[in-house]
Design a protein around this ligand. Sequence first.
Ligand SMILES: Nc1nc2c(c(=O)[nH]1)N[C@H]1C(S)=C(S)[C@@H](COP(=O)(O)OP(=O)(O)OC[C@H]3O[C@@H](n4cnc5c(=O)[nH]c(N)nc54)[C@H](O)[C@@H]3O)O[C@H]1N2
Ligand SMILES: Nc1nc2c(c(=O)[nH]1)N[C@H]1C(S)=C(S)[C@@H](COP(=O)(O)OP(=O)(O)OC[C@H]3O[C@@H](n4cnc5c(=O)[nH]c(N)nc54)[C@H](O)[C@@H]3O)O[C@H]1N2
Ligand SMILES: [Mo]
Length: 765
Amino acid sequence: MLNSSHWGAFEAVVVEGRMIAARPFVKDPDPSPILRSIPDGLYHPTRVAQPAVRVGWLEGGPGATREGRGADRYVSVSWEHALDLIANEIKRVICERANQGIFAGSYGWGSAGRFHHARTHLQRFLGGIGGFTGSCDTYSNAAGAVLVKNILGTARAMNGPGTSWKSIADHANLVVMFGGVPIRNTQVTPGGMGEHTTRNWLKRAAAAGVEFCNISPMRDDTPSFLKAEWIAPRPNSDTALMLALTHTLITEGLHDADFLGRYCTGFSEFRDYLLGKADGVAKSADWAAGLCDLAAHKIRELARRMAGSRTFLIVNWSLQRSDHGEQPIWAAIALAATLGQMGLPGGGLGFGYGSMEGVAGLPHDAPLPTLPPGRNPIRSYIPVARIADLLLRPGEPFQYNGENLIYPDIDLIYWCGGNPFHHHQDLNRLIHAWRRPSTIIVHDPWWTATARHADIVLPSTTTLERDDIGASARDRFIVAMKRAVPRIGGARDDFEIFGELAARFGTRDLFSEGRSASEWVRHIYEVARDLAERRGFSWPDFDEFWERGYLENQGSSKAQVFFEEFRKDPDRHRLNTPSGRIEIFSRKIAGYRYEDCPGHPVWMEPAEWLGGDLAAKYPLHLLTTQPSTRLHGQLDMGCLSKESKIANREPMRINRRDAEARGIRNGDIVKVFNDRGAILAGTIVTDEIRAGVIQISTGAWYNPVEPGQVGSLDGHGNPNVLTLDKGTSRLAQGPSAQTTLVQVEKYIGKPPPMTAFEPPVMQSR
Ligand SMILES: Nc1nc2c(c(=O)[nH]1)N[C@H]1C(S)=C(S)[C@@H](COP(=O)(O)OP(=O)(O)OC[C@H]3O[C@@H](n4cnc5c(=O)[nH]c(N)nc54)[C@H](O)[C@@H]3O)O[C@H]1N2
Ligand SMILES: Nc1nc2c(c(=O)[nH]1)N[C@H]1C(S)=C(S)[C@@H](COP(=O)(O)OP(=O)(O)OC[C@H]3O[C@@H](n4cnc5c(=O)[nH]c(N)nc54)[C@H](O)[C@@H]3O)O[C@H]1N2
Ligand SMILES: [Mo]
């Protein structure tokens, strides 16, 4: 039976009603090994068996014993009882604080299915009873997306489709990759995929003779078959490097003045800054060498090589998940504009090509079946990564992208399909903030750290327990996700849960629009099919699609070149920016007068980095990359992720020199710490990572030694205990997770037991 996941389509192998394996989809040339972990997750003891209520909340009522969150026991209750408690509590909060007192931004990846999209169901339900405080943008690329909408006029520049790999393989001579193209990240795309294409495209480009340069603190951010040159600047110093490359181009007369004049606006302001007209500091290669810890001649050579080749720049999203994360994106756009190759085959730049599968695939114009989001009648929201600020600073003003906003006063959090105790920075600050609201409700199939810090937890089904459709704008396939096994424990679909809740508000029909789950799956397919027909595709009717298990759209055979039309005729194809051009200087952004995001790309020291004062106390830069063995926190308990652990802890990769200086060896348990907190991890000593930098993937389930306590040691290795919780700037307010310094020492003594993969203690009533 076919099914799908964010890491790829698969066949569920079921024996006597039990799923035993996920076999890769036959059409996938490079399936993800994460599939192996699916059956482990499906039947894992951390599945939430029944609706559960935290003892302190049940006994004391909303708001009682909030510091017990994370530590208290739970009581199993019936579905009826749990739903009554929730409905009454929502009514109380609406009555006392109005709807904006409910926070339901509910960020997270949930599952690949297009109908059982957990957050959308939550928001459709709450939208129908007066609305909620929501969130905008993403943890993935908020800083980049908000910026490029302003200066290129489209978020597509950040999210794709961009210039295709085919165009790069056929026409580029040189690909310079900031953050590499880690194939581990291209295992994933939201909504899943029928085929993983990145590895084969890279092979094709290498075979065609394209040369690669990897600018990253980690050598293995590119596969070894690319034989890429490795340049390893200090983390978070890329903006300085890009400015110096541009400075070299200009001072050596290698810039494309025609392109800058015809297609861009504001180059002269930027040039004045590069030449140091106002501050007396030329942003030269010599200047950047000290900031990036690279040789100045290397920077100059790279600039000349770029100008002498058809050069494509790749900038991964990771660079902008840092303090002033708008700047490396803007500086890269200015660099590409100065080279003047944007809009040419194999030239220009693209973002996120190593962040996800499909960003640079061959485009197809087929529609996606999707669940309509519904309407939120109130306009109250935060930029997504400001969750802790929202809870800690009710009533306080803040800025975002030119707007002056106020944090509303939240009394109830409803989270469905996401895991803030995985995704948010500075978890000790979050635990503190999380104590503010009276009530926290979570739906999840598993006892994640977020569920363990909630008052009411409802068990959701997984994709294996329901029918759905998997599809992504970045992939040609649309997959019938067929229910493979019966529901596990007392789990219910989110759709069904919100239908029951809506009934308690008299809005059931508004919420469901009178359709059952199976009618909805058919409906969203048929709506998309109509649209597909109008675009010249011919899709089978629903029954035939369901019977066959998937449908395959023809991708274009023609490579796409981003900005090709704009380059041909910038007047007819004006960009959606105030000037209609690429804004190297933005009058609009300058007009906001944000000192942390002025009107053109600039170098500003990040709050924490190896070039700053804090490095004396915390001399290692922590990179919290995406995990190769799972999706975020999902399937951390699966075999693939478990096999990767060192002494049961999340691996930490450290350079040989730094390990030797601390007397740390392969396999040692270490304590990683800074002023925000401390975690344990297992050591891997390597030469693949720059000295002064350590890597810990995100997603190890938070396992505090003292549950519920602010400042507890995490015995498993969730790096968000250590990361910085700060908006990138007042422009985008994105997360700054990659801006974090730490120290590492060998852990002496008996390590605490690992308990994150055991369900919490249930108390009988
Ligand atoms: N330090 C650091 N932190 C980061 C990042 C980083 O680079 N560094 N990256 C950030 C990024 S880019 C992202 S996108 C976030 C990801 O953060 P999240 O998207 O919040 O992480 P997931 O673990 O995917 O959480 C999804 C949750 O949905 C649950 N779920 C699955 N199916 C269903 C369902 O049908 N119904 C319900 N109700 N729940 C379901 C899963 O069990 C899981 O707990 O993390 C961010 N955090
Ligand atoms: N297997 C797997 N794949 C995933 C995910 C997952 O959970 N698992 N999550 C998906 C999601 S939601 C997203 S948004 C994307 C995120 O995609 P990205 O944000 O691009 O991914 P990261 O792994 O955080 O970073 C990629 C590389 O950038 C480098 N890097 C970090 N900081 C710097 C810097 O300051 N300068 C330079 N030059 N390089 C730096 C690191 O060495 C790192 O390996 O990944 C997606 N892919
Ligand atoms: Mo993401």
